[in-house]
Design a protein around this ligand. Structure first.
Ligand code: CMC
Length: 431
């Protein structure tokens, strides 16, 4: 990776320092500043990590200018079109597409872990019925470390593998239970004769009084939503998982940290925020008012579902998601849905507006995923739990990669201190 011939020179305090350049397989070169502080007694300053690589990784590559997303080298549109979620999980976790036997074995291992410890239902019952499902997910996934002691020793590769399978297998069950609890319906147990996505839909929409037959178009769309959200390199929640696990914390605690981070509206909460925005706009004639607010420098209002930190051309996941949205909406016959009409017109007007073109703001994956999920019958509060369910495999793949890396050390960013200098304590009567 390091290219001995290439270095960058830094002149500081009258001295010159030579910094090695690392060359990745794809993407721009990287200046290695690991020894900068010890050699030059200076830090770098990069809030939001816009110019900082925090690790090396072989899992996912994004070229934001080209609108390219690769998992282990395979483009996301090919994976979303030809593969399916559990196969993509295998690819992310183990580095290669599985043979037919490997896939069968992996699917069987995941399927055999779909039930959760029966005692965990009492944890759910401790929450208020009006709790947000993400609040329940953070709590329940963190609590898995109290139920599965035999897979919390991160130094044991076998335990890491069991924790991996457990998390992927149980996340749909936990997300569906969080949903059922908040709508006051009994929990629906997993059925292992169904595939991953169909099983999740059934656990969300079946009731004991009447079974739920899963429509293959809907389960395919659900599977695609999972696939499109599976991993996205070092985004905020993945970096949170890596930072949490750098201290040696157990995998369930680390994934709970990732879920907490994902909840925010600038990250996983964006599809919920996007649907709420469409609801607030309400009708096509009010769109110009909201576009004007988004452009107003004195108003911090933003169009939810537009823009991306990395994609500055288009979001390749959004292209596939848009196709899925059309398929699902055709099936469910909801073309006259007012939110959808607002969404289509908002997209058209924003894309024609020079403000959005100049700032390279395009609809992102969350703009369409919310529309599909709503058409399927999910309330907006379930959008982020579904994202968390899908992203779990990305978090665990990155966690596994990090633990296996001999260079792994506790994450400890530095700071630019701008507070008071040293001063003497003043007794309360003298203040
Ligand atoms: N609406 C209006 N203006 C925007 C928007 C938007 N959605 N997004 C960015 N801008 C403007 C922003 O005001 C700034 O303008 P100026 O240069 O005049 O100050 C400029 O574009 C650059 O914005 P930024 O905040 O520096 O860009 P960023 O790369 O830090 O932010 C973002 C990326 C996703 C946080 C932001 O675009 C945003 O808040 N979008 C809405 C929330 C959203 O849809 N989030 C989901 C992201 S995709 C899911 C995922 O991968 O996690």
């Amino acid at each position: 990776m390091a290219d001995a011939k290439k270095t960058a020179k830094l002149t500081f305090d009258g001295k010159e320092f030579e910094l090695p350049i690392l060359s990745p397989t794809c993407g721009p070169d990287v200046i290695d500043i690991r020894k900068l502080y010890s050699q030059a007694d200076v830090f770098t300053y990069d809030p939001g990590f816009t110019s900082t690589a925090s690790c090396d990784s072989t899992i996912t590559f994004i070229d934001g200018d080209k609108g390219e997303l690769l998992h282990r080298g395979y483009p996301i549109d090919q994976l979303a079109g030809k593969s399916h979620f559990l196969e993509v999980c295998y690819l992310l976790l183990y580095g290669e597409l599985p043979s037919a036997d490997q896939l069968e074995d992996f699917e069987a291992r995941v399927t055999n872990h779909t039930m959760i410890h029966d005692q965990m239902q009492f944890l759910f019952r401790g929450f208020r019925r009006d709790a947000h499902p993400m609040a329940i997910m953070v709590g329940v996934v963190g609590a898995m470390s109290a139920f599965y002691h035999d897979s919390t020793d991160i130094t044991d590769p076998w335990q890491r593998e069991v924790a991996t399978i457990r998390l992927i297998a149980k996340m749909p069950t936990i997300a569906a239970m969080a949903y059922k609890y908040t709508i006051g319906q009994p929990f629906v147990y997993p059925r292992n004769d169904l595939d991953y996505a169909a099983n999740f839909l059934r656990m969300c929409f079946a009731v004991p009084a009447e079974d739920y037959e899963v429509n293959p178009i809907l389960s395919r769309a659900m599977d695609r939503i999972f696939t499109l959200h599976a991993d996205h390199e070092q985004n905020a929640s993945t970096s949170t998982v890596r930072l949490a696990s750098s201290s040696g914390a157990n995998p369930f605690a680390c994934i709970a940290a990732g879920i907490a981070c994902l909840w925010g509206p600038a990250h996983g909460g964006a599809n919920q925020a996007c649907l709420e925005m469409l609801e607030e706009i309400g009708s096509v004639d009010r769109i110009p008012e909201f576009i004007a607010r988004a452009k107003d420098k004195d108003d911090d209002y933003r169009l939810m579902g537009f823009g991306h930190r990395v994609y500055k051309n288009f979001d390749p996941r959004a292209t596939v998601m848009k196709q899925s949205a059309d398929e699902v909406l055709d099936l469910l016959g909801v073309e006259n849905n007012p939110k959808l009409q607002v969404a289509k017109e908002l997209e058209r007007q924003a894309l024609e507006d020079p403000y959005f073109a100049e700032k390279k703001l395009f609809p992102n994956v969350d703009f369409y995923s919310g529309i599909i999920l709503e058409a399927m019958g999910f309330p907006t509060s379930m959008f982020t739990p579904i994202f968390a369910l899908a992203r779990t495999v990305g978090w665990i793949s990155q966690w596994k990669e990090m633990i296996a890396d001999p260079q792994n050390k506790i994450g400890r960013p530095r700071q630019l201190y701008v507070g008071e200098g040293p001063r003497d304590y003043v007794d309360v009567e003298d203040r």
